[in-house]
Design a protein around this ligand. Structure first.
Ligand code: ADE
Ligand code: ZN
Length: 322
């Protein structure tokens, strides 16, 4: 109970949250009704019951279906405002939020509708928030390049680009050109790597894409040389414990490698990934990991410090938040 309060009260940054993954079943139903969309599930309870995943793809199928209720700028605003309120309640001081524009533009929702709604909520608080646009790696690089073009009028609303969706079979090097272009634009670079995919994808995210953080990255422990490199470079890993259990990257929380990552000197952080689908926001992730693993007060402090150190903030802001 004391641990719960300490983890709860600790100021933290959240660096791995897909805003579409914060869409709670209740809000999915509300938006479906508002927009005259019929859902494949009869009730909120039936939808939540379908959240029983066997791997990343089984989750992505239902996650993209859930996002299909988002049509208007107000929908994107309402989703984002709800996340920011929940994050503030967990003492998140700063969030770097992923969104997947291609999930929306592919359905005919304009790029501007999505980003303007999300952005407006971020401007209104109650916490500091910035936006990272992710490319869907199951689609061709040409689509990602076209998406980056669409983002140009909104350049000032973005701090970076990322890479998400189905990992295996879609290595980072598939997106070398679009990341190069994003780099020229001065955007920060991150990518999901080593969630389900092999350690080699972490290497190529670093060497080919030149990313500044690795999203997930838990599979790095399969490669001791890579671990040494990540430690030497103080490369941040945005680890998402509940996600890893729900998507069966690890069988149970007791076998999660968070403690081993920290012991190896890696800059691990704790994040929620898709909190509406995986059973909790950032504090639930800290708590689940700390209850199942040999982690103490010092690890908690280290994880929180890591979260601010890895954030795309200037040094003064980091100090002010901690
Ligand atoms: N999109 C949303 N959540 C994701 C995850 N955990 N991995 C890859 N793509 C995602
Ligand atoms: Zn993710």
């Amino acid at each position: 109970e004391q641990l719960r309060r300490r983890l709860q009260a600790m100021p933290k940054a959240e660096l791995h949250i897909h805003i579409e993954g914060s869409l709670e079943p209740e809000l999915i139903f509300e938006l479906a009704q508002r927009n005259g969309i019929s859902l494949a599930y009869p009730s909120v309870e039936a939808l939540r019951q379908a959240y029983d995943f066997t791997d990343l793809q089984s989750f992505l199928d239902i996650y993209y279906a859930g996002a299909s209720v988002l049509l208007t700028e107000q929908d994107f605003y309402d989703m984002t405002a709800a996340y920011l309120r929940r994050a503030a309640a967990d003492n998140v001081r700063h969030a770097e939020i992923f969104f997947d524009p291609q999930t929306h533009t592919a359905r005919g929702v304009p790029f501007g509708t999505a980003i303007n709604g999300i952005w407006r909520a971020c401007q209104e608080g109650p916490i500091s928030a910035s936006l990272i646009m992710c490319f869907l790696r199951h689609l061709p690089e040409e689509d990602a390049l076209a998406t980056l073009e669409q983002a140009l009028p909104h350049r000032d609303k973005l701090i970076g680009v990322g890479l998400d969706s189905s990992e295996v079979g879609h290595p980072p090097e598939k997106f070398a050109r679009v990341f190069e272009r994003a780099r020229e634009l001065g955007l920060h670079l991150v990518a999901h790597a080593g969630e389900e995919g092999p350690p080699a994808y972490i290497d190529s995210a670093l060497d080919v894409l030149h990313v500044e953080r690795i999203d997930h990255g838990v599979r790095c422990l399969d490669d001791p040389q890579l671990v040494q490199r990540l430690a030497r470079e103080r490369m941040a890993l945005t680890v998402c414990p509940l996600s890893n259990i729900k998507l069966r990257v690890f069988d149970v929380m007791g076998s999660h490698n968070l403690r081993r990552l920290l012991d190896a000197g890696l800059a691990a952080t704790v994040n929620s990934d898709d909190p509406a689908y995986f059973g909790g926001y950032v504090n639930a992730n800290y708590l689940a990991a700390f209850e199942a693993l040999p982690l103490d007060e010092r690890h908690a402090r280290q994880l929180a410090v890591n979260s601010f150190e890895a954030a795309f903030l200037d040094a003064d802001s980091k100090r002010a938040f901690l």
